[in-house]
Design a protein around this ligand. Structure first.
Ligand code: SAM
Ligand code: SF4
Length: 476
């Protein structure tokens, strides 16, 4: 079965604030099942992956998916709490859905994911027409919770688990172009970055059975997929051991196992943590041609005092040394991207300038950029004062965005005149005479279609670029 999510928003090359917050909706799959499920997923790739698990669990319980809210028997919003704005978006959407529910009283409405976990049963009181609140570790319970609602009750399960990884559930591929897929290799996070709500909403870090990950990747290859992205909040702390302890796998080991499945399978991963990324991982990337030379290594701030307040457990110098290691081992062509937060508690103008100068040092290919949004319950909310005025945060964010656009363009210009191996994802957005795909560094490359098709690897000589795209000609 092939259920799809469609993307509502477009992510620009140097994405700012809202851009990292995509929204995806299930598309229509009709296998004659008796009920229809509609999921709207917000936020990060982890949530989109979780929606694939939810679809799989409910497919077995007699649910097809739909893209039409008006057809749905069950409506889920799979939510994000990372910034206040993400929660506001969901609340506004719930109001619209609740207006519809008044005309279709049989329709069940549930909130899944981080907002469910953060607000728990308070959500039932605040959003009167919500029937179900389900946290990210309780999706196996969905069939029972739906039955409770069928019986006229309202249902909540927000228990976090130390074990749940959904390792045995074969996700139904959502938002699939049939070429690339995401594989969750771990859940939760044990870092306590002071600004971040994730450890509270997604629980303790757990690594998934390495064999089940390799098996999932193998099945994807057998189904024609050409690229997998291994997902975790901090992939470098992946650590799994067999029950008798005879097999132990760290992230470098896992990368290698997945890379060895097929030389034609491209392997990506996200997110790397500056405190944990090892030279062993970098040498593993170097060793295997099919592991992409691209690392998402969020810095958050370029100033050591702010990094300390953020509890990131590395300083500016440490980060620069990790970047030096990447450049030494993988060369200047290795893509590096980042997340940045402007205007964290007590950040001075000079400390903000440190972020800009660090960006110059690293020469990021692109970045996700945000201004600081205080989240209730986090260390920063409890211990620090959110004292940078909104207009200052916004101005600093704009300066970071402007800097990144400059850097992205410069990095893309360095790609001109070089041959890039591109995995074709489909037609270019503007014309069916052109195809588009990504190079190793995850940059979009557009070139004339000729006889190539989706899923092909094509060597493209890049001849021009914009801030977000490379353009070129296939070489025969
Ligand atoms: N685990 C990843 C890491 O440590 O780099 C990041 C995960 S978080 C879902 C994605 C990004 O959201 C963070 O890297 C950070 O830049 C941003 N973020 C998290 N909390 C935030 C907050 N309170 N205000 C603004 N941005 C925030
Ligand atoms: Fe949040 Fe830090 Fe964990 Fe990333 S590493 S999810 S920013 S607590």
């Amino acid at each position: 079965m092939n259920t799809l999510l469609t993307s509502i928003d477009f992510i620009p090359e140097a994405s700012a604030e809202t851009a990292a917050c995509e929204t995806k909706v299930t598309t229509d799959v009709n296998t004659g099942r008796s009920r229809k499920l509609y999921i709207e997923s917000y936020g990060c790739q982890m949530n989109f992956s979780d929606s694939e698990i939810v679809s799989s669990i409910l497919f077995k319980e007699g649910f097809d998916t739909t893209s039409d809210l008006n057809q749905a028997d069950v409506v889920f919003l799979n939510t994000c709490s990372i910034r206040e704005k993400a929660e506001q978006t969901v609340r506004a959407r719930l109001k619209q859905i609740n207006a519809l529910k008044k005309t279709r009283p049989g329709m069940m409405v549930g909130v899944l994911g981080c907002m469910a976990e953060r607000l728990k049963s308070k959500l039932l009181e605040e959003e009167k027409l919500v029937d179900m609140v389900v946290g990210p570790d309780a999706y196996r319970e969905l069939p029972n919770l739906i039955s409770e609602v069928d019986n006229g009750q309202r249902a909540v399960n927000v228990l976090l688990s130390r074990e749940e990884t959904y390792a045995d559930i074969n996700p139904i591929r959502l938002n699939s172009n049939g070429v690339s897929a995401f594989i969750s290799i771990m859940r939760g996070c044990d870092n306590m970055c002071s600004f971040c709500v994730v450890p509270f909403t997604r629980g303790r870090e757990r690594s998934r059975d390495a064999y089940s990950i390799v098996e999932e990747a193998r099945n994807l290859v057998a189904a024609g997929y050409k690229e997998v992205t291994l997902l975790g909040q901090n992939v470098d702390s992946y650590k799994w051991a067999s029950e008798d302890g005879s097999v132990q796998v760290n992230f470098a080991g896992l990368l290698e196992r997945v890379a060895l499945i097929s030389p034609d399978l491209r392997v990506r991963f996200s997110t790397s943590h500056p405190k944990d990324i090892t030279d062993e991982v970098l040498y593993t990337i170097k060793k295997h041609r099919n592991i992409c030379k691209y690392i998402h290594l969020p810095v958050q701030s370029g100033n050591s005092r702010i990094l300390d307040l953020m509890n990131r457990t590395y300083d500016r110098n440490w980060y620069m040394q990790r970047v030096d290691a990447i450049r030494n081992i993988l060369g200047t062509e290795c893509g590096i991207s980042s997340d940045m937060i402007a205007g964290f508690c007590s950040e001075t103008e000079a400390e903000h300038e440190d972020t800009l100068s660090l960006m110059d040092y690293v020469q990021y290919d692109y970045a996700y950029m945000f201004f600081y949004s205080e989240r209730p319950g986090t260390l920063a909310a409890r211990k620090l004062t959110d004292d940078v005025p909104l207009e200052v945060k916004k101005r600093r964010l704009q300066e970071i965005i402007d800097k990144q656009r400059e850097l992205s363009l410069r990095r893309n210009q360095q790609d001109i005149g070089k041959i890039h191996r591109v995995l074709v994802e489909g037609f270019s957005k503007k014309s069916e005479a052109d195809l588009q795909g990504r190079n190793d560094q995850n940059k979009v490359v557009i070139f004339p279609k000729r006889d190539y098709k989706k899923g092909d690897y094509v060597d493209v000589l890049v001849s021009s670029c914009s801030v977000g795209t490379l353009l070129g000609e296939p070489i025969l």
